[in-house]
Design a protein around this ligand. Sequence first.
Ligand code: NAD
Length: 542
Amino acid sequence: MSGTTRVPPPDNEPVFSYAPDTPQRAELKAALTEVGRERPDIPVIIGGEEIRTGRTHPIRAPHDHGHCLGVWHEAGAEEARRAIANTLEARREWAAWPWEDRVAVFLRAAELLRTTWRARVNAATMLGQSKNAFQSEIDAACEIIDFFRYGAWFAEQIFDQQPHSDVGIWNRIDYRPLEGFVYAVSPFNFTAIGANLAGLPAMVGCGVLWKPSKHAVLSNYHVYRLLEEAGLPPGVINFVPGDPVEITAAALGHRDFAGLHFTGSTGVFQSLWTTVGRNIAAYRSYPRLVGETGGKDFIVAHASADADALRTAIVRGSFEYQGQKCSAASRAYVPQSLWKRIRESLVEETNGLAMGDPADFRNFVNAVIDRGAYDTITGYIERAAAGPGARVIAGGDFSDADGFFIRPTIIEAENPAHESMCDEIFGPVMSIHVYPDDRWAETLDLVDRTSPYALTGAVFARDRAAVRQAMSALRYAAGNFYINDKPTGAVVGQQPFGGGRASGTNDKAGSAFNLSRWLSPRSVKENLAPPTSVEYPFMASE
Ligand code: NAD
């Protein structure tokens, strides 16, 4: 086919409401029943071949430990090595495909997910990762569709960038996929992150080894199957759930390791970076390292802020998906005058949030992901309750009898350096420091200095000068900055996502910045009138 083609202009996928009596609600409820009963035996998938290693793990619903949703087979070093060899082989042909054909696979996947696959992928996310219908919809349905549609469009924009050519010369850029393979390591908390980490490097022609989180194997497996149905050739992405240490050693120890696409905790990313540094001389190319990691995301309110808007942002921004969003608000700074006005209603609203099984659509909050998270989060709550420097003013209860349930909790921290104001807790815990109204500038400085992270943050103020002051004082404190809005819920194509400082390399998921990291441009100069003599005109005698 000849012609300069254009991908369909993307739009953000509309979010279904799942309100009572909508057909989507009925379809999702039916899918929850089906996915809840299926109990798949999930293999490692290499070159399209299903490999059952026999080292199996049950998948348990975090809100109901007694409910086994299936089992998955664990890959180790041997499967990782096999998968890398297979990816390198599959990549050879895939990288040579016209970009339109590669992109078409992902546009088809977006279309399948928009229609026939939507309820299934949502149900797997709701049950396996304990997410309510709305939180799952914005993640596993809409964000994946957006990543794929916008990814195709960003790829076109990048490929469109071609250099100037002087007379007699034709300059071009060949956007080569990285030589080697990309290692995609994804977290539990967003199904869409797995789809993005593995999918976008593949879209621009790379071969990918995808190691999903053990807590998201069910939904991520469905995403892999979706890509397969959309026409992704075997081996372009190999699906390798398994031992993170063994798989990582095989990947980062391989000569053809070309890029790391990571999202997860800061400590793990730093350890992977250290390993890459140690191995640097052994690689064929300098690997691209893209990592989005932890956060200690803030809301800072000025005395002029709207009280209702602030209270709503604190509740939604801190407790949706049990605070297990890298972007979740987990520390707030509220002036005394405003605190007097919102304290009671904030506590009441927080204590009134319904909690339970995500299949019961009345619930706002569900369970945290596993026992480890439960123990860590409840430890912070217990230490805050014991004082000094802080006290629990809402929530604070928890139970692991049926599932890992922790009531949304608010800590009032008199000490702004209390651990609950500084550490990433990654659960439904918001710590609030109340400051004297006349210490606005000092408080902005405190926000900036308190945490090593710089992922998301929000300022609430009606006074425009205060907004400007916060924008300036907190310029490097957040990669995603919000004015009079909660710091969560970034939308692909609208608020490219990522943070600086200890929060990551800020390569902005869902943007052309990110896609360009998986490309190694080759400049091609063609001389249409090559010189035929060595001497330059200035050398001629007068
Ligand atoms: P995690 O770091 O425990 O796991 C992430 C991935 O790393 C998983 O696939 C895991 O198996 C793998 N892993 C764990 N230990 C490893 C090791 N020693 N070697 C190699 N790989 C290893 O993170 P998580 O609990 O899945 O996710 C929560 C974390 O992710 C939070 O810190 C959160 O802030 C962060 N996160 C950040 C963003 C962002 O965009 N900045 C988005 C989502 C999550």
